[in-house]
Design a protein around this ligand. Structure first.
Ligand code: FDA
Length: 394
């Protein structure tokens, strides 16, 4: 005999727990199963342990999808303010760090505790360490066969996330279920991920490992202004993670260092004040010293005093600082990617409910759907909003 529930949710992450809370509040008998030993593991490690749980600028424009309109309905139905209200109701202190990014003051575990307490109140049952063996359509809903027995549900919510960080149990399970039920997929790729360089590039930048600098990072028409970090493997830092979602193999990343600073004017003023100063020393007042040294060396101007440099030379030298193109060899892949781009094609889903159009009762929420946010709390907002939407109807 199979156990009977109204709603079976596979995945106790951000989206699955939110769907469980909302469906449970409507009086539905909800079971959430997860193969992990603890719920919300990605919440726990997110935001450096403080969980960047939303972003107050979470407008649809800050999400990538083959259909950029799809996310509008869910994001309007459940807003950052709704989540802030929930967080405050649980007495969790928070702060805005930068760029609208909201973090817990104390610990990401507070968010997990809050979700578990809401689930308990909504009488949703959570079962961990459960291996799903098969999922099938039945006359009245779905049967999920697990290592612990069969479970029947009239609705099935797939909230098992994407492929990022396989070490933490990411499996691509949602895509297999989508394929089983004939739903199309948008090709997946790692996103919000550090980019790697080939050995020759790494060698030429080896003296810069560990240097961080503010820059505009550009790929095609998309540009982000934040910190860039040069590492032993390649490029990282928030500007690079952001642009990685837009970058494609073979393309270059154009870095504009010292955005909104007229470096040429500063160097010319320095030449007036102290012409004997070496170029790299003057530049080192505005850029990390190792980077100033690197640019002066690369331009063949190391140890040249400012007085020796014409306006034309300074202008062309500074143009190189404002448009430094690096062509990454690849990315660090799902091993370190924060999210998965692509996933269940939104064409196959109802944007109000996340229900599969051709398979009544089957829902996909969270990261497994082809909706990917920018860095900075957007991906959790999508998880809350899509989970909430499904929870209203499942
Ligand atoms: P999520 O991956 O959270 O949950 C899926 C659940 O399904 C997991 O519990 C998993 O064990 C389970 N599961 C998978 N396969 C299964 C199977 N076959 N059977 C049973 N269970 C299965 N975002 C943000 O907005 N702010 C932030 O600060 C961060 N920080 C951050 C840091 C790091 C290191 C990473 C990797 C990611 C982030 N993110 C983030 C992204 C964010 O974590 C991500 O977008 C959400 O966790 C997605 O929520 P989901 O519920 O969709 O999937």
């Amino acid at each position: 005999m199979a156990e009977q529930y109204d709603v079976v949710i596979i995945g106790a992450g951000a989206a699955g727990m939110m769907a469980a809370i909302e469906a449970g509040k409507r009086g539905r008998r909800v079971l959430v199963i997860d193969h992990a030993r603890a719920p919300g593991e990605k919440i726990r490690i997110s935001g450096g342990g403080r969980c960047n749980f939303t972003n107050i600028h979470a407008s649809p424009k800050r999400f990538l999808s083959a259909n950029p309109h799809f996310c509008k309905s869910a994001l309007a139905r459940y807003t950052p303010q709704d989540f802030i209200t929930l967080v405050e109701r649980h007495g969790i202190a928070w702060h805005e760090k930068t760029l609208g990014q909201l973090f817990c003051d104390d610990s990401a575990k507070d968010i997990i505790r809050m979700l578990l307490s809401e689930m308990k109140e909504a009488r949703a049952v959570l079962r961990l360490g459960v291996q799903v063996q098969s999922v099938d359509k039945t006359l009245s809903g779905f049967r999920v066969v697990t290592g612990d027995g069969a479970i029947d549900g009239s609705a099935l919510v797939i909230a098992s996330g994407g492929k990022s960080i396989p070490k933490m149990g990411a499996t691509g399970f949602a895509y297999r279920i989508a394929e089983q039920f004939g739903l199309p997929l948008v090709e997946t790729r790692p996103a919000l991920v550090p980019l790697t360089l080939d050995p020759a590039q790494l060698e030429s930048l080896s003296a810069l490992a560990g240097v961080a600098v503010d820059a505009e990072a550009r790929s095609g028409k998309t540009v982000f202004e934040e910190a860039v970090l040069i590492t032993h493997r390649g490029l990282s830092g928030p500007a690079i993670l952001q642009i990685s979602s837009y970058w494609r193999e073979g393309g270059g990343i154009r870095l504009g260092l010292l955005p909104r600073v007229d470096v040429a004017a500063l160097l010319k003023a320095a030449r007036r004040d102290n012409g004997r100063q070496a170029l790299q020393t003057a530049l080192g007042e505005h850029l990390p010293k190792r980077l100033a040294q690197f640019f002066a060396e690369t331009a063949g101007l190391i140890n040249r005093s400012l007085a020796d440099l014409s306006d034309k030379v300074i202008d062309s030298f500074c143009a190189g600082i404002k448009d430094w193109t690096i062509t990454p060899a690849g990315s660090e892949g799902y091993r370190t990617a924060e999210v998965t781009l692509g996933g269940v094609d939104t064409k196959a889903l109802d944007s109000r409910t996340m229900q599969a159009r051709e398979v009544p009762g089957l829902y996909f929420v969270g990261e497994c759907v082809d909706v990917t946010g920018w860095l900075g709390g957007y991906n959790f907002q999508w998880a809350w909003a899509s989970g909430f939407s499904a929870g209203q109807v499942a």
